[in-house]
Write a protein that binds this ligand. Structure first.
Ligand SMILES: *Cc1c(COP(=O)(O)O)cnc(C)c1O
Length: 376
């Protein structure tokens, strides 16, 4: 048996700016005596993010889940929303919290995203929107989804929690659909410890989004008026400066993950039983996760996951269990595994490997040696 790692190797580690730099920024916030409610730091981060994501308009939030709930609310829809079961719990949960009913659609074997060919058969008179997830930063079939949405007059929302800086032919992924949500949780490459972003094109919609995240207060009117039932979705100034500092070092992290991606690809694609996940036709990667599939092998995904722990390597079964198999969703009509064969199968095959800049070539080679050894 190969030697285990001395210290545990997790799937991800937060991108941490130099604490002394963060301290200086905190002093700045303290001196301003403005801690939250869309202050200067918040505005600065918004403008920086617009450039990085290549979008015209965006709004910041205290987390991605609240942002997604506000996105749903702002569209003023009620009824059913077609979505993918192969995602984090926050996706269908946000729909429910916004009073909408998720309808699970099977996924595409290649992109692991909602299968556009399977959407139309789920559309009823009550269908109001499609919520796609660019899972692992792999883009959804945005063109096909757009065509379906136009044909049936549906709204389109994207969960781009894994797709920060993903681009399609040079276009930022946040430019597709009516609204796109990005998460800035600590596990995401770009983060504000906790945080979220909504991007959109419609300025009227943007005003509504900003009102909804601030208790429904219309800041443009003279009197404080409450036209909408909002909530508190604000990102504070301390998190805004941390976001600015993370933004400054993200390019270095991206380069490190790019190297890891190449090394993993080179090593793992040669191992029998491992199927690489195609990264889609992106012109720029998000470098958020490194998933592989384990299939047609004596060693199953669960065996590999467990055996890696003996070597102090802790991988994640993203996304197992499938949202449609959660106790809180398994009884809805579209959750039947019979209707979601691809999603159920992929969920048994998928494994996310350690993926963060702190891992050097030796670490990655060692992880690959161990995987190779287990798979034999
Ligand atoms: C991280 C994540 C979210 C939102 O997470 P928050 O922690 O609320 O920012 C939503 N969807 C997916 C797929 C995610 O991975």
């Amino acid at each position: 048996m190969l030697k285990p790692f001395d210290k545990p190797i997790y799937t991800t580690r937060p991108v941490l700016p130099d604490i002394n730099k963060v301290n200086l920024r905190l002093i700045e916030v303290w001196e301003s005596q403005w801690l939250t409610n869309m202050g200067k730091q918040h505005e600065y981060l918004e403008n920086e993010l617009k450039k990085v994501l290549k979008v015209k308009s965006l709004s910041l939030f205290n987390n991605g889940t609240i942002a997604l709930m506000v996105a749903c609310k702002s569209l003023e829809i009620s009824g059913e929303v077609i979505t993918t079961p192969f995602t984090f719990a926050a996706t269908p949960h946000a729909l429910n919290w916004a009073g909408l009913e998720p309808k699970f659609c099977d996924i595409d074997e290649q992109t692991l995203n909602i299968n556009p060919q399977k959407i139309e058969e789920l559309i009823t008179v009550n269908t109001k929107a499609i919520l796609g997830v660019h899972v692992f930063g792999i883009p959804c079939a945005v063109k096909e989804i757009d065509d379906i949405a136009k044909k049936y007059d549906l709204k389109v929302i994207y969960d781009a929690a894994h797709a920060f800086e993903t681009e399609l032919e040079g276009i930022g992924i946040g430019n597709f659909g009516d609204i796109t949500m990005f998460s800035m949780h600590s596990t995401k490459l770009m983060h504000t410890i906790e945080g979220g972003i909504l991007t959109y094109k419609d300025q009227e919609l943007g005003r509504k989004i900003n009102q909804l995240k601030n208790f429904g207060i219309d800041t443009n009117s003279q009197e404080q008026e409450y036209d909408l039932i909002g909530l508190n979705g604000k990102l504070n100034e301390v998190q805004a400066v941390i976001g600015q500092e993370v933004l400054k070092i993200r390019e270095i992290e991206r380069q490190k993950r790019s190297k890891i991606l190449n090394l993993y690809n080179e090593r793992l694609s040669k191992i029998e039983g491992i199927t690489m996940v195609s990264r889609g036709d992106t012109s720029q990667e998000s470098f958020q996760y490194f998933p592989i599939r384990i299939r047609d092998s004596r060693v199953t995904r669960n065996i590999l996951h467990n055996r890696l722990q003996d070597y102090n390597i802790f991988t994640r079964k993203y996304f197992y269990p499938l949202c449609s198999n959660f106790n809180c969703y398994k009884n809805i009509d579209t959750a039947n595994p019979f209707n979601l064969p691809v999603a159920n199968r992929i969920s048994e095959e998928i494994l996310c490997l350690p993926y963060y800049g702190g891992l050097n070539d030796n670490d990655i080679n060692k992880i690959c040696d161990i995987i190779e050894n287990i798979m034999e």
